[in-house]
Design a protein around this ligand. Sequence first.
Ligand SMILES: Cc1cc2nc3c(=O)[nH]c(=O)nc-3n(C[C@H](O)[C@H](O)[C@H](O)COP(=O)(O)OP(=O)(O)OC[C@H]3O[C@@H](n4cnc5c(N)ncnc54)[C@H](O)[C@@H]3O)c2cc1C
Length: 483
Amino acid sequence: MNGHDYDLIIIGSGPSGRAAAIQAGKLKRRVLVIDRKDRLGGVSVHTGTIPSKTLRETMLNLSGWRERSFYGLSYRVKDRISAEDLKARLHMTLDYEVDVLEHQFNRNHVDTLNGLARFVGPHEIEVATEAGETTRLTASKFLIATGTKTYRPDYVPFNGRTVVDGDEFLEMEAIPRSLAVIGAGVIGVEYATMFSALDVRVTLIEPRETFLDFIDRRLIEDFTHQIRENGVDLRLGSAVERIEDAGDHVEISLANKRHVRAEMLLFAAGRMGATSALNLDAVGLKTDHRNRIAVDRRTYQTAVPHIYATGDVIGHPSLASTSLQQGRVAACHALETPTLPESPWYPYGIYSVPEMSTCGMSEEELQERGIPYEVGVARFRETSRGHIMGLEHGMLKMLLSLKTRRVLGVQIVGEGATELIHIAQAVMNLKGTVDYFVQNTFNYPTLAEAYKIAGLDAFNRMPIPEEFKVRRKEAITPEDPQN
Ligand SMILES: Cc1cc2nc3c(=O)[nH]c(=O)nc-3n(C[C@H](O)[C@H](O)[C@H](O)COP(=O)(O)OP(=O)(O)OC[C@H]3O[C@@H](n4cnc5c(N)ncnc54)[C@H](O)[C@@H]3O)c2cc1C
């Protein structure tokens, strides 16, 4: 340990800090996790992933959303589901998540300390507790896993009640009758569509003409149609000129001279790296315009090699899922333990209503890169499971290389998208081709059958290379749908 207090000190107990700490504990190294919040878990557990997904599940259950095409919306929506109804389940889930985390840390001998950490030298930090005490600690290696804070520009009159940011939103005392959301990024879209499912009048405001640009445009068209049908008033190309806190409501003036009035405003236009308290000057580290830290994306080392950074503080893709993965890889590298390299394709899940999930490239990206491709599409209503579930919408789009027949991207919108995408992820990372979907039997009836339908859709239009024809003849059986 070279005389240091710890082998690894981790600042932040969110997903990346948590994964790194448990990995270090498993390697029997001395590891400490510091968090300024008295409850472990980070943004993910307390204001981000877990609360928003618990809220979504609660809303869909209480409103009877999934069965609406058979029975209409549940009477509870009309009678108004209360904020208390939503919070009851939220607190149960969060308490459970924190318990599990504390138990994991105990089992793996991970030390924890509550306080605000700042560097005072290359191998030394100072931790200030809320009681005003300070402690100095040293380590061979550090991991910055401090995540992000909400972006709160001066022109937004935040009051924690009718004008709130993403972290304050879940503290609402009552469900508003109308909600304006500024920012059609992942968080804005998720909350806007969830509340619309509860019959709240939602206006989603985005200054740019497009939104969620990393997703295939055909999927976004389908999604836009669905959310508008569900009642979301989507205002694209609508820069905000002025926001006025009018006591019991909010008045929003848009640059295009339109006007929005709502009982509550959620400002969800971006987050900033939580680095300002770290005193990075003491170790010679710089941040970008969003206070994020640059790293080597293979090892997660910063410009100072014994200091690592993972999770949202390093920027895209800013997901709990990728943060967990990064934390573990960084800990292995820092503690000089060999591990497997990360797979290139990871899924992106957007838990809007309807949900969306993607893995790999979009059609626009393939066109930009000049890659020849074929497309296979399946609608959920084409599957028997979709009929049984009463799904009127939902689609799966598969992009395939014309040269290698490999799957290059899959995009799904609709029920179960965030679960279904893992089939695509497995096939892609195992270098699978369209033939996988044609050759293999899928459970019936399932929504996963959409893969088979989309695969066949593309397969039937794809040219078959000569040498491949020989192989295909051998492989085809009488039951093959192509025979
Ligand atoms: C509303 C919302 C919904 C989301 N939904 C999803 C989703 O569905 N799926 C998904 O994969 N991701 C989702 N995310 C993203 C996910 O929450 C983040 O990617 C993840 O939390 C980032 O983890 P992290 O390890 O960077 O740390 P974070 O979870 O950001 O935690 C950082 C911790 O560091 C602490 N800290 C900061 N500075 C200091 C300091 N100087 N000293 C001590 N402690 C400090 C903070 O108190 C905090 O506890 C969502 C985010 C939000 C906001």
